[in-house]
Write a protein that binds this ligand. Structure first.
Ligand SMILES: [Mn+2]
Length: 391
């Protein structure tokens, strides 16, 4: 459509539309959070009580939704309470896009190991819950605030403020509602991070996205920095990623619409999520289960295109008490401690996990075939020891 033509039809976008209560869908009036959100913020402040500082903790090896949500919640709590806030997580940020996000955000996150948890510090958990197995909340430490969008865990009810909304596609959308209800303007960097967090978590609003994600995105995009978004989305990646993709291409196999990807040793844990996203685009694939080893852990990542799937339940059922597992409907993950296993035992464990997933998904009797057929016909030129190509 030509710009003039569009201009004639649509008045300029007004983001801060009047508070008339009209909540038309579409870009003109992204719905504003109601009084309920203000009440929630008051309850959050009451939960913090007379604490002298706040530690905001998100999940280990955090993804963009976790990073952005922690940054946004930190900003909210700092402004709402005037207390100093420390952001922290366990594990590492490996994925190049997520490292670029941290760089663009320009905030310091502490390593959870070096964080102190004195009684005078309130603790906020975001995008995760107590004892979920994917965060480094010290054992015995009570969380003051829990804000998450994964299925509710009973342990969360012990938190003075617990706000878990599994119907939300991204935790960052909850944070955006809090900011808007508090009339706190995120700066460009925070708006960019929250926008990217939502897009990344929902596959650009296509996966598990609710109206909250759409409203938050419409609010955030004009406040974000498109050049920074581009630098995040198109971050340069280390060669190690291509090695894992190569291993995945060679090793991946399928039964029916289920693809299993043994990725071998990983340079960082979230490569498995990257591989699962990559192979989910294969045209006749419904499920991807990617797995690899990082230090003492076997990391699993599950993705499905079936909106009625229960990927989180599936991975919990299969992994059982062999590790920690969780997730949502269409994406899930797990970590198993394999520090005591030999290489052979690791391989056995992995192949039995893949078999169990295939059985649960009803494809155990389908033929097992390589995902990508081997390259046949004239062998490619190979490089000799000198690096020169020999024919
Ligand atoms: Mn999330």
């Amino acid at each position: 459509m030509k710009d003039e033509a569009r201009g004639a039809q649509d008045p300029p976008v007004e983001l801060e539309a009047q508070d008339s209560g009209d909540q038309l869908p579409g870009p003109k009036n992204p719905a504003r959070p109601g009084p309920d959100t203000t009440a929630r913020i008051s309850a959050m402040k009451r939960a913090i009580g007379d604490a002298e500082r706040v530690n905001v903790l998100t999940h280990d090896n955090p993804d963009p939704d976790a990073i952005a949500s922690a940054a946004g919640l930190g900003f909210l709590l700092e402004k709402a309470t005037g207390l100093p806030v420390t952001l922290a997580f366990g594990g590492i940020v490996g994925r190049a896009e997520n490292r670029a996000l941290l760089e663009e955000l320009g905030l310091d996150f502490e390593r959870v190991e070096s964080l102190e948890f004195p009684p005078s510090a309130a603790v906020a958990l975001v995008d995760t819950q107590p004892r979920a197995g994917n965060n480094s909340l010290p054992p015995g430490q009570i969380a003051t605030i829990v804000i998450d969008h994964h299925p509710v865990r009973p342990e969360s009810s012990a938190a003075p403020y617990s706000d878990v909304r599994p119907e939300y596609g991204a935790c960052a959308s909850m944070i955006v509602e809090f900011l808007r209800a508090s009339k706190l303007e995120p700066d460009r960097q925070l708006a960019t991070a929250l926008f990217y967090g939502i897009q990344s978590e929902t596959m650009d609003l296509g996966r598990e996205a609710s109206k909250a994600e759409l409203d938050a995105s419409l609010y955030l995009y004009p406040r974000s920095d498109p050049a920074a978004l581009s630098r995040i989305r198109h971050a340069r990646v280390p060669r190690a990623v291509y090695r894992s993709i190569h291993a995945g291409l060679e090793q991946a196999w399928s039964r029916g619409g289920v693809v299993c990807v043994p990725a071998g040793r990983l340079d960082y844990p979230d490569i498995v999520a990257q591989l699962a996203d990559l192979f989910l685009r294969v045209d006749d694939v419904d499920w991807v289960i990617a797995a690899g080893r990082y230090r003492d852990g076997l990391y699993l990542s599950l993705r499905t295109l079936n909106p009625d799937a229960h990927a989180g339940d599936l991975v919990r059922r299969v992994v059982g008490d062999r590790g920690s597992a969780g997730g949502h409907g269409e994406m899930a993950g797990a970590r198993l401690d394999v520090s005591r296993l030999s290489a052979d035992e690791y391989d056995e464990l992995l192949s039995s996990l893949f078999d169990e997933f295939c059985a649960e998904l009803g494809v155990a009797d389908e033929p097992r075939i390589p995902l990508v057929p081997p390259i046949t016909g004239g062998s490619p030129q190979t490089a000799g020891p000198s690096g020169r190509v020999e024919s």
